[in-house]
Design a protein around this ligand. Structure first.
Ligand SMILES: [Zn+2]
Length: 279
């Protein structure tokens, strides 16, 4: 599944080719994605200039004068810019062609992605309740601690909650908890301020590095520039069940938390003293 770093990489990859140019045509080949692609887009967009390419959480926002096109890559989507004529493949569901000859194409085999239109400046309902962006100053240990007050939810599920902070997917949650030496099942109200500061720093660092390197390598993800990302070789715990911890050499363990597999080191990531959880 494309995670925040892949989405950011996609934005950076497509922007130089299409920013500031006008839409020539919109082609919808398959409207039935997670939601129907609005059928008025082929009438709405032509003639409009693309003013900005932005990202909010895992949504790609293409800003025009009259509104914003919102694209989500879902489970298996990819977005790329084609220069010159290209043949259409089976899962190429949506194209925007621009006057400069570039075509922005959405490919999505499993069709959990989305293309939506936000009229005017009123934020789309999918965006309104999102938490802070992890790489901005709005995400810091103070906002984190106040969101955690009186909550007993496991810290891994907490940091994956989009209302707390956006874009921390399963891979990055597992890696950040390892980096901060926090057991994934720790109830958030039992985490010390010191650990929260470490956790915030770990989330920012790991996502930042992943963005710089183009995201993780996932079998159905291709960067906006067509090259796969290459972060996978540096993963410390994700996908390493049964292998030895790079810090203490003990065997990494796997548990299920909120339906998701979680790998961690029971020796490096201990629960706070006196805290017990069901294993
Ligand atoms: Zn260890």
């Amino acid at each position: 599944m494309p995670e925040l770093p892949e989405v950011e990489t996609t934005c950076r990859g497509i922007e130089p080719h299409i920013l500031g140019t006008s839409v020539k045509a919109v082609t919808i080949r398959q409207a039935q994605l997670r939601w129907l692609i609005p059928e008025h887009l082929p009438r709405e967009l032509p003639g409009l200039t693309l003013l900005a390419v932005e990202r909010r959480s895992k949504y790609i926002l293409l800003r025009f004068k009259t509104g914003v096109l919102i694209i989500h890559l879902g489970m298996s989507g990819s977005l790329r810019v084609l220069l010159g004529a290209q043949s259409v493949q089976k899962h190429d569901h949506f194209d925007i062609s621009f006057l400069n000859g570039a075509t922005l194409r959405l490919t999505d085999p499993r069709r959990f992605g989305a293309v939506l239109w936000q009229d005017g400046v009123q934020e789309h309902k999918l965006l309104v309740n999102l938490g802070p962006e992890p790489l901005t100053d709005a995400f810091n240990h103070e906002t984190f601690i106040s969101a955690a007050a009186n909550r007993k939810v496991a810290v891994k599920q907490f940091i994956m909650d989009n209302k707390v902070v956006v874009g921390v997917g399963n891979i990055y949650a597992a890696e950040a908890l390892f980096a901060a030496a926090i057991h994934p099942q720790t109830p958030v109200n039992k985490i010390s301020k010191h650990k929260f500061i470490k956790l915030v720093a770990a989330i920012k660092y790991i996502l930042g590095v992943a963005i710089e390197r183009g995201g993780t390598t996932l079998k159905d993800f291709v960067g906006g520039d067509g090259k796969p990302g290459y972060f996978a070789q540096e993963l410390q715990v994700y996908g390493r069940k049964g292998q030895s911890c790079n810090l203490c050499q003990k065997q990494l363990q796997e548990i299920r938390l909120g339906q998701r597999s979680t790998v961690f080191c029971a020796s490096c990531q201990r629960l706070p003293r006196g805290v017990k959880v069901k294993s």
